[in-house]
Design a protein. Structure first.
Length: 430
């Protein structure tokens, strides 16, 4: 039945290979079940409920991806988007986490509409490659400053804005150890390197008496504190326009780039056409919508799915295996609750470093491409806002192209996005 439904023979695969591929992908992306509650928990959200929401969003998203698109891609709340949710929308801008969930819900609805109507493809075509690369790198820098702060390596300094923390503190030393452990294991191609790093720091912190062991297995905690707690009317506040725009733009580029990249590795490319990409984009949109109802930040396709493809995954059975493993992960809530912020920090920092390699594809020899890209990447960590980085990038791109006589190079979609951000700062500067 599985062979026939997922067309395994047509894709040159079998049940065993697909299940091994699913396990491989799960091991490389399962760090999110420890990291996401730590990040969203800073907003006042119940960490146990966020843990459940994370597992369920990942499981449901992966099931939808498997059955609707037949793609070997795992879904889960996205890194970067969760940081934007917690540290920018709630932390810096002062909105409630319920309003932030409302914004995720609205962006999910818009995402579905954009996908079904084909506007999503129009938006993707309209954004220059340099800005796409800079957005990924900028989010990486944003994650890096959060990670270094959580580890105590970087602290606030009234004279220099930021400064070096106490490197003699056990938390900082453990975080540094965790980072190098992850990097070495990943360089040696050890599966689950990030997860191993998180667990190693957590265990060491318990041995040193810095953290309390709460057990490993238990029945899943209640989802009630976050389930359907979104504040949609509050998210429709005028000041939320650019927040929703930022969610949509990051979701569009992050998820689409991941889907296309992994699909290409999986041999799902026929000439210039991706088999089933439209269904995959739709599945991705549905996952965001469902995640907001459960109580987590935007769910997206995970680039770590490439590890499963490398292990032979070619169909939705890989995604279905990932979903099953996330369901089983619901029963390790005590272990997830035992992970301190400085144990998750090395994972954040390592992922941040990987995202910076996108800068290689920026056209640095063209000032009208390089300057907007640099502004995009730099503004995100220095203004502590992904939305601001996007705004600086699109506005500067349009301005430079216009005043250098190259306005024709700007796609209509890029003009629309730039104008929206200008209107936001003109009428809603706060």
């Amino acid at each position: 039945m599985l062979t026939k439904f997922f067309k395994l023979e047509e894709h040159g695969s079998n049940v065993r290979t697909e299940m091994v591929a699913g396990l491989t992908t799960f091991l490389t992306m399962s760090y999110i079940i420890f990291v996401n509650p730590n990040i969203l928990g800073t907003t006042g959200m119940d960490k146990s409920a966020v843990f459940v929401a994370t597992c369920l969003a990942a499981a449901i998203g992966s099931v939808v991806m498997g059955f609707v698109a037949n793609y070997p891609i795992g879904m889960a709340p996205g890194m970067g988007l969760n940081a934007f949710f917690a540290f920018t929308v709630v932390g810096a801008m002062g909105y409630t986490w319920q309003q932030a969930l409302g914004a995720v819900f609205i962006s999910g609805c818009l995402f579905i509409i954009l996908t079904v109507t084909g506007v999503r493809s129009w938006l993707i075509a309209g954004v220059p490659k340099s800005l796409r690369c800079a957005i990924a790198a900028g989010i990486g820098l944003f994650l890096a400053i959060i990670a270094l702060g959580n580890a105590g390596v970087v602290v606030a300094n009234p004279a220099t804005k930021i400064g070096l923390g106490d490197l003699h503190s056990p938390q900082a030393l453990l975080a540094i150890f965790g980072f190098f452990l992850i990097a070495v294991l990943d360089a040696l191609r050890v599966r689950g390197a990030i997860l191993i790093g998180i667990l190693a720091v957590t265990v060491l912190s318990m041995v040193l008496g810095l953290n309390q062991f709460q057990g490993v297995f238990a029945m899943p905690p209640s989802l009630a504190p976050t389930f359907l707690q979104l504040d949609i009317p509050g998210a429709l506040h005028a000041g939320f326009v650019h927040v929703i725009l930022a969610f949509v733009l990051v979701e569009v580029f992050d998820a689409t780039g991941t889907l296309m990249g992994v699909a290409k590795r999986a041999g799902l490319l026929e000439g210039t056409h991706y088999k089933g990409l439209g269904r995959a984009l739709f599945a991705d949109s549905i996952a965001i919508f469902i995640g907001s109802l459960l109580g987590t930040s935007s769910t997206t396709a995970y680039v770590e799915s490439a590890s499963g493809v490398q292990a032979g995954g070619r169909t939705g059975l890989t995604a279905l295996t990932i979903a099953l493993l996330f369901i089983l992960a619901l029963f390790i809530a005590p272990l997830a609750g035992s992970v301190p912020a400085y144990a998750a920090a090395p994972a954040l920092l390592y992922v941040a470093g990987l995202m910076l390699r996108e800068l290689l594809d920026v056209e640095w020899d063209d000032i009208t491409e390089a300057t907007p890209a640099a502004l995009t990447a730099l503004a995100m960590p220095f203004t502590y806002s992904i939305a601001t980085g996007l705004a600086f990038g699109f506005i500067s791109y349009a301005v430079l192209k216009l005043f250098t006589g190259r306005a024709k190079e700007v796609h209509p979609a890029a003009w629309v996005i730039a104008v929206l951000f200008v209107l936001k700062y003109a009428f809603f500067p706060g």
